[in-house]
Design a protein around this ligand. Structure first.
Ligand code: HAM
Length: 437
C-alpha cells in the first residue's frame, strides 16, 4: 500500500496510545495556572507578520529564518496584499489580543495562560520540531520582582506536579535599554575582533543587535560567543536591585536556582529577568521552559507603557522527559463492560442496553463487526474491558445474565430487567473497592 502523502517533516502524530499523555500535561497545566490566578486566552493560529517582526525582533533566528509566512490577497478584487505568519510563539499574539480587547483597562495585574501549537521552520531533531506545543502564561501590569518570582514559582509548581525531578532553574538579567547600550558596545568590540569567522547572518547582527550573536545556532559562532563579555557586569542600579530582589524572593520560596550569565534568550522583547528550566535527560534540546520579563513589548506594539512577563513550556520536551524519568500519566479510562451477543434479537438487546448504560456514564461496547462469540470475547480481552456478559436466546428467555469480571474470572448472575443499570452500578462501585467481583 502506498500512501499518497506522508507526515510533514518536523511534525508528530499523537496516536491514541500516546495521546493520553497529552491529557496529563494539558490538564495539570490548566489546574496549576488557574491555582495561580491565570485565565485562559485563545488567539488565532496566525497573525499579521509585522506583529512578530516588531515583537520577537527582526534580527532573531525566529524571524530571519524560521517563520512560515504567506502573502494573501485580502480584498475580493485582490488589490490589497497582506502578509500573515503562523505563530512561532504565543507572547506576541496574547499581547496583541489583550490590547485589542481592552483587557489592560481592567484591574491589574491581568494574568492569562494558553496551550497552543507553534510553528518554526527549524532543523528537526529530538525535542526540536517544526510544529510544537506550548503551555504559556503571561502577566501584565506589575514591575515588582515579586511578580517575577511568582511566575517562576508557577513554572516550578507545574514541573513538580508532573512528577519531574532534577530540572535545573537557571536565571539571569539582561538589563534594560540603558544598561544594554553599554553592553552592546562591549560586545561589538569583542565580536569585531572575530569578524572574519562569524556567519553571514551574525555579520549583519554585529551593527544592529550584537546580543543576537550569542544565541546563533552555528557551531563556529557559538564557540566564539563562549568568551564574550556577560551582561551581568553591565547592569544599571535599577536592574541590579531588581535582580537581587528576585533572588531573595526565590530563596524565600525555597526555589533552587543557578545564575547563568550566558542566558540571553532567542527573542528580542526581553528586559531584566530571563530564565530557563533545563533537563539533561533528553539530549541537546533540554530547555523545557523559557521565559522572562518584557517591559517594553506592550508599548512597542502600540499599547500603553506596561510592564509584563511570562514563560512558555515545550510540551513535547516535557513528555520526552516524563517518559525518560518514568513519570506517571493520568491513565485513560477503562471500558466498563463488553456485551457479547449471539443472534439478532440478542444484538438488538445489546444495542438498547449499551445506549442506556452510556447515558448513565459507563463506557460500554458491543459487537459491531458481526463476529462470532469467541472472536467477540477475544476483542473484549484486547480492549481490557473490566466486565463482560453474553446475551443469547437463553438470557433473553430467562431475563438473567452472567456478568463476568474479566480480571478474576468470577461471575455473578443479575436480572436483565429494569433493575439492570442499578445492579451494574452497584457492582461497579463495589468492584472499585475490591468487593464481591
Ligand atoms: P522560547 O524559548 O522560544 O520562548 O520557547 C519556549 C519553549 O518552547 C522552549 O523552552 C522549548 O521547550 C519549546 N520550544 C521552542 N521551540 C521549539 C521547537 N522547535 N520544538 C519543540 N519545542 C520548542 C518563547 O516562545 C516565549 N514566547 C516564552 C515566553 C512567554 N516569554 C515570556 N512569555
Amino acid at each position: 500500500m502506498a500512501l499518497i502523502a506522508q507526515r510533514p517533516k518536523g511534525t508528530l502524530d499523537a496516536v491514541p496510545a500516546e495521546a493520553y499523555k497529552w491529557n496529563t500535561v494539558e490538564s495539570i497545566a490548566r489546574e496549576t495556572a488557574e491555582l495561580y490566578g491565570f485565565k485562559e486566552i485563545r488567539t488565532p493560529m496566525f497573525e499579521q507578520t509585522n506583529l512578530f517582526e516588531r515583537s520577537v525582533g527582526d534580527t532573531t533566528d525566529v524571524v530571519q529564518k524560521e517563520m512560515y509566512t504567506v502573502t494573501a490577497k485580502t480584498s475580493q478584487r485582490g488589490e490589497k496584499e497582506n502578509s500573515f505568519t503562523l505563530r512561532p510563539e504565543g507572547t506576541a499574539g496574547a499581547a496583541r489580543a489583550v490590547l485589542e480587547n481592552g483587557i489592560l483597562n481592567e484591574a491589574l495585574p491581568q494574568k492569562v495562560y494558553y496551550i497552543i501549537s507553534c510553528f518554526r521552520h527549524e532543523k528537526q531533531q529530538k525535542g526540536r520540531y517544526r510544529e510544537f506545543h506550548q503551555f504559556g502564561v503571561e502577566m501584565y501590569g506589575s514591575s515588582s520582582p515579586c511578580a517575577d518570582a511568582d511566575v517562576i514559582a508557577l513554572a516550578q509548581s507545574y514541573i513538580d506536579r508532573l512528577g519531574l525531578k532534577g530540572i535545573e532553574l537557571c536565571i539571569n538579567s539582561i538589563g534594560c535599554p540603558t544598561c544594554r547600550a553599554k553592553y552592546h558596545e562591549a560586545l561589538r568590540a569583542y565580536f569585531e575582533s572575530k569578524k572574519s569567522d562569524l556567519c553571514e547572518t551574525c555579520l549583519g547582527r554585529l551593527e544592529k543587535n550584537p546580543m543576537r550573536i550569542l544565541d546563533c545556532k552555528s557551531p563556529v559562532c557559538s564557540e566564539i560567543a563562549k568568551d564574550a563579555p556577560v551582561i551581568l557586569d553591565f547592569l544599571c542600579e535599577e536592574c541590579s536591585t531588581h535582580f537581587e530582589a528576585l533572588k531573595a524572593n526565590l530563596t524565600a520560596m525555597e526555589i533552587d536556582f543557578t545564575i547563568n550569565p550566558k542566558i540571553v534568550r532567542g527573542l528580542d522583547y526581553y528586559t531584566k529577568t530571563v530564565f530557563e528550566f533545563i533537563t539533561t535527560d533528553i539530549g541537546a534540546q533540554g530547555t523545557v521552559c523559557g521565559g522572562g520579563r518584557y517591559d517594553g513589548l506592550i508599548e512597542e506594539i502600540g499599547g500603553p507603557k506596561t510592564p509584563a512577563l511570562g514563560f512558555a513550556m515545550g510540551l513535547e520536551r516535557l513528555i520526552l522527559t516524563m517518559d525518560s524519568q518514568g513519570c506517571d500519566y493520568i491513565q485513560p479510562r477503562k471500558c466498563n463492560l463488553f456485551i457479547a451477543s449471539m443472534g439478532n434479537m440478542a444484538l438488538a438487546k445489546a444495542v438498547t442496553l449499551t445506549k442506556a448504560l452510556r447515558d448513565e456514564g459507563f463506557w460500554v461496547e458491543y459487537d459491531v463487526m458481526g463476529r462470532g462469540l469467541k472472536a467477540q470475547m477475544k476483542y473484549a480481552d484486547k480492549i481490557n474491558a473490566e466486565f463482560s456478559m453474553v446475551l443469547g436466546d437463553n438470557e433473553l428467555e430467562t431475563n438473567k445474565v452472567n456478568l463476568k469480571n474479566m480480571k478474576t474470572g468470577e461471575q455473578i448472575e443479575i436480572a436483565l430487567d429494569e433493575s439492570f443499570i442499578d445492579q451494574f452500578s452497584n457492582i461497579q462501585i463495589s468492584n472499585m473497592f475490591g468487593g464481591i467481583l
